[in-house]
Write a protein that binds this ligand. Structure first.
Ligand SMILES: *Cc1c(COP(=O)(O)O)cnc(C)c1O
Length: 466
């Protein structure tokens, strides 16, 4: 294309300007379904179009229809950080455009991945018995873990024979677990009926170990075959955290594979004072932490730690002739550690982020987010028309607006929608013990205390207008 340099520079500069003016934009765009599609030509052009026009259409029709995940007042879902250093790394990765499935399809990508993941392991205080790779998402890391659970329990025969003549496998997790776990159970052929929910107890809404023990005993007595346990560290709804050490002890007793889903909260484990919250994770078989949520590196960057890579590759690696790397039997081919074959160069952004901000810089960010989230929680607690539903877990708490209405669920859903349509902040809701609660998480890379506290004014102002 003509003027390649001009447009690359223009795109990079557009990104810098975009980031600089985010605070002025509504976090969620004020668009209706179908509104953007209506602006896009229904058919592709036969002849090349001037790039000036392509770029102008992007600026006019597409950019304003985006939800701004890097907006400092994005308090919905979980954060999806894209720190400036990560964005710069991605510019380079995009320029190179490599597919990093085998060592020989990009030696530097593979070797940097090994190092960067080991840096993270050290940053989280995990023992050097763990190795790891960077999966695209926590969903596929968890799918890989569940497939290993299946194969281990079937003596690595399931891939060959299927599940029709095997004992019924059972996997255990609490009701707080993320929907990616349900889906991994479906896709693995184990079936949702065999995902056993462990009751929760206590303020952390963690799985009850005694209940797990009884469930396993009942399943064994019924002729089922327990295969694995999935523990939450900071589950999505309200940050539920299981007693990992106790679950690990039970898993060990029964030779079950233990996977820890710390997709969001795992990043906080760079702070030594928070590690008690996942004590026992060092005994897990598999742990996933999305560095693309709360650790600066943009999506996709799920660190997947495993204690026994051989069980992972034995489950997942296919070796057709065209993937053979002759004479290179000692190298790591990371595509054998996950579900997709093709892989992006994901380690560069992690390496850039860890170096550009240092662990101390990242710890300061996480500690600030937790402090500010607590401060907002206290302010809402002290406001008569609000109640705190779940206490701050890391930087996430939930609250509810209360007035004389008899239908508080509808009222709170209406409050969330009105706040999001207003655009100054962005929130999401969940259900806690069957009732609607509004979630508030602090995690955007560049948000400030003022951004967080401004949410108080928006929430109270809009609630009074309902
Ligand atoms: C976000 C999240 C997931 C899913 O992460 P993806 O990377 O989007 O697949 C799974 N578990 C928890 C606890 C999460 O917060």
């Amino acid at each position: 294309m003509e003027d390649f340099r001009k447009w690359v520079v223009r795109a990079a500069e557009w990104g810098v300007d975009y980031r600089a003016r985010l605070r002025e934009l509504p976090v969620r765009p004020p668009v209706q379904p179908g509104e953007i599609a209506a602006k896009i030509a229904p058919s592709p052009p036969e002849a090349p179009e001037p790039f000036e026009k392509v770029f102008a259409d992007f600026e006019r029709d597409i950019a304003p229809g985006m939800t701004h995940w890097q907006h400092p007042r994005f308090f919905a879902y979980f954060p999806s950080n894209s720190a400036p250093a990560s964005l710069i790394a991605e510019h380079l990765v995009n320029a190179i455009g490599a597919v990093c499935m085998l060592w020989q399809t990009s030696p530097a990508a593979t070797e940097l991945e090994t190092r960067a993941v080991d840096w993270l392991r050290q940053a989280f205080g995990l023992p050097d018995s763990f190795q790891g790779c960077i999966q695209d998402t926590a969903s596929t890391a968890t799918l890989a873990a569940v497939l290993v659970m299946r194969e281990r329990a079937l003596d690595f025969t399931g891939n060959q024979t299927g599940l029709s003549n095997t004992p019924r496998l059972r996997i255990y997790c609490s009701a707080e677990a993320h929907s990616s776990i349900d889906r991994a159970i479906w896709f693995s052929g184990i079936g949702a009926d065999n995902l056993v929910r462990i009751p929760i107890k206590g303020p952390l809404r963690g799985a009850d170990p005694d209940a797990l023990r009884s469930l396993i005993a009942e399943d064994i007595a019924a002729g089922f075959k327990p295969a694995g346990v999935i523990a939450n560290v900071g589950a999505t709804g309200v940050g539920a955290t299981d007693p990992v050490a106790e679950l690990a002890a039970i898993a060990r007793e029964h030779d079950l594979y233990l996977h820890v889903d710390a997709a969001w909260a795992g990043s906080a484990m760079i702070c030594p004072e928070l590690r008690h919250l996942w004590a026992g994770a060092e005994h897990a078989d598999s742990i996933v932490v999305n560095a693309h949520k709360w650790l600066g590196a943009q999506t996709h960057c799920s660190a997947h730690f495993v204690r026994d890579p051989a069980s992972l590759t034995r489950t997942l690696a296919a070796k057709p002739d065209y993937l053979h790397t002759l004479g290179l039997s000692e190298v790591v081919n990371y595509s054998e550690w996950g579900v997709p074959l093709g892989r992006q160069f994901r380690a560069l952004k992690l390496w850039f982020v860890l170096r550009a901000y240092g662990l101390e810089g990242l710890r300061t960010m996480i500690r600030n987010h937790i402090t500010w989230s607590r401060a907002l929680c206290e302010k809402l607690r002290a406001t008569p028309s609000f109640e705190i539903v779940t206490e701050p877990a890391y930087s996430l708490f939930s609250f509810r607006y209360i007035n004389a209405s008899t239908d508080l669920d509808t009222l709170n859903l209406q409050l969330v929608e009105t706040i999001n349509a207003d655009g100054r902040i962005y929130l999401t809701q969940t259900r806690v013990d069957g009732r609607v609660a509004i979630r508030f998480q602090v995690g955007q890379f560049e948000c400030t205390e003022a951004d967080v506290m401004s949410a108080y004014d928006v929430i109270t102002e809009i609630s009074e207008q309902l």
